[in-house]
Design a protein around this ligand. Structure first.
Ligand code: URA
Length: 212
């Protein structure tokens, strides 16, 4: 498994504003959206392309276009939805599948409550959107789900990660034949006793959409 912590002053600046408890929901949504587009640039470094012959006004030349099958973007509901627009802005021809996962606040275990994905993901590069890699339970379960359907290259994009979450990902996918990558804007200190990332940004879903 590969981990990439984005190191860019613009990302650090936006992440700091996102963390700030005074940031209201509309601003939080805009910042999350902008951060994802910046992270997506890093995360799609190995997106598959194929040759594309075109003519410029001056000459014929061979460029590239995204290869088929198109990449699949998978936001994990509900907080991953806040990352979708920022991702498809960079990959407008990608297909989008949905995975609803919920974490039991007592056991911290993740389970699936909704799926809308192609049955066969053979040959697909998948980009999983989950803002907070905390215990790793949700992301590990989501990635296992995609692997069972045949995905052959998976990149998770997370706004923040905790060392505990990365360790869980490493334990699950460290020796996986399928490449698994985590791209994040920040690696924080630890989890607290409630499973929140410290210093973190609080509950990403609540900050995006309010407490429901
Ligand atoms: N989920 C969140 O929204 N925030 C955390 O800090 C951990 C998990």
């Amino acid at each position: 498994m590969r981990t990439h912590v984005a190191d860019h002053p613009l990302i650090a600046h936006k992440l700091t504003a996102l963390r700030d408890e005074r940031t209201d929901s509309p601003t939080f949504r805009r910042l999350a959206d902008e951060l994802v587009t910046l992270l997506a640039y890093e995360a799609t470094r190995d997106v598959r392309t194929e040759p594309n012959q075109i003519r410029t006004p001056v000459a014929a030349t061979t460029g590239v276009r995204l290869a088929s099958p198109k990449p699949l973007v998978v936001p994990i509901l509900r907080a991953g939805l806040g990352m979708l627009d920022g991702m498809v802005r960079l990959l407008p021809t990608a297909e989008v599948g949905f995975l609803g996962m919920i974490r039991d606040e007592a056991t911290l275990l993740a389970s699936t409550y909704a799926t809308r994905l192609p049955d066969d993901l053979s040959g697909r590069q998948c980009y999983v959107l989950d803002p907070m890699l905390a215990t790793g339970g949700t992301l590990v379960a989501a990635i296992n789900y995609l692997l069972e359907r045949g995905a052959d290259d998976i990149t998770a994009i997370c706004l923040l990660a905790a060392p505990e979450g990365l360790a869980a990902m490493q334990a699950a996918f460290g020796s996986s034949d399928v490449p698994v990558t985590v791209v994040t804007a920040g690696l924080d200190e630890r989890l607290n006793e409630l499973g929140y990332i410290v210093p973190g940004l609080g509950d990403a879903g609540d900050r995006l959409y309010g407490v429901v």
